[in-house]
Design a protein around this ligand. Structure first.
Ligand code: ADP
Length: 240
């Protein structure tokens, strides 16, 4: 992506399932270097919003801009080329591939061949501190390592915006601290991150901004420090 474009902007996005608005007019922006936390009760529309951004679902109204380009009409693969990467989908890692093969495969379509893709893949593995595991098979990796390989696969595509769905789930406290440090460093280089996460202890210190959804609408959009003070957020979500 061009160096100074905004990674992600969503304007007036709406999506209904069977007559019910899952996402009902949501607007948000993820500037360069931002870590936007997306929270809300179950069924509030977080997954649908992420799906509308990645292109897995098509919006009924509104628009999605990725790296300053209109993505609303594009399929998921075309949005990925514009700069959307999603990580931590269940079962995404090929069990029979090595860590390096899995990461290089994600890189291959932007490379001039396997050797270049593997070189770039190794650079990403070094970056995330997992180069020692390059030759390990993905099947049977422990959870913390698996999470980092999934992150490496997303980063190998050199995205403008990274969509993360519950990245802290199942991690130990030490692994959470390590993941948070990596995400901060990546944002520090200009990546935009949109993070759905229930673990407030992980999310609030990490997020630069927080959006709270309730019944498909934005209940709160502001600094993480204000989330626990907002009476409506406490009533709809934190107090549950
Ligand atoms: P969250 O991720 O915040 O738990 P979701 O985006 O999964 O919320 O769901 C928002 C609403 O949309 C819920 O009422 C849910 O039942 C509904 N919904 C989500 N996906 C579908 C689908 N594919 N078909 C029908 N209803 C759906």
């Amino acid at each position: 992506a061009a160096p100074h474009t905004e990674p992600l902007r969503v304007e007036g996005l709406r999506k209904a399932f069977g007559g019910v608005w899952a996402v009902d007019g949501v607007s948000l922006a993820v500037p360069r270097g931002a870590i936007l936390g997306l929270i809300g009760p179950n069924g509030s529309g977080k997954t649908t919003l992420i799906n509308l951004v990645s292109g897995l679902e098509r919006a009924d109204a509104g628009r999605v801009l990725v790296a300053g380009r209109y993505a609303t009409a594009l399929r998921a693969d075309a949005r990925a080329r514009l700069g959307v990467a999603r990580s931590f989908q269940a079962g995404a890692l090929p069990a029979a591939a090595t860590v390096l093969e899995a990461v290089a495969a994600a890189r291959l379509e932007r490379s001039r061949g396997v050797a270049e893709a593997e070189g770039q893949g190794m650079a990403v593995l070094h970056r995330l501190g997992i180069a020692d595991h390059a030759a390990t098979l993905c099947g049977g990796l422990p959870a913390g390592l698996r999470r980092r390989v999934e992150l490496a696969r997303a980063l190998a595509r050199q995205p403008a915006v990274l969509l993360l769905d519950e990245p802290a789930a199942g991690l130990t406290d030490a692994e959470k601290r390590e993941l948070a440090a990596h995400l901060r460093a990546l944002a520090g280089e200009g990546l935009g991150i949109l993070l759905v996460e229930h673990d407030m202890g992980f999310l609030l210190p990490l997020a630069t901004r927080v959006v709270v959804l309730d019944q498909g609408r934005t209940l709160y959009d502001g600094p993480p420090q204000g989330v626990r003070q907002d009476r409506r957020v406490v009533a709809a979500y934190l107090g549950e």
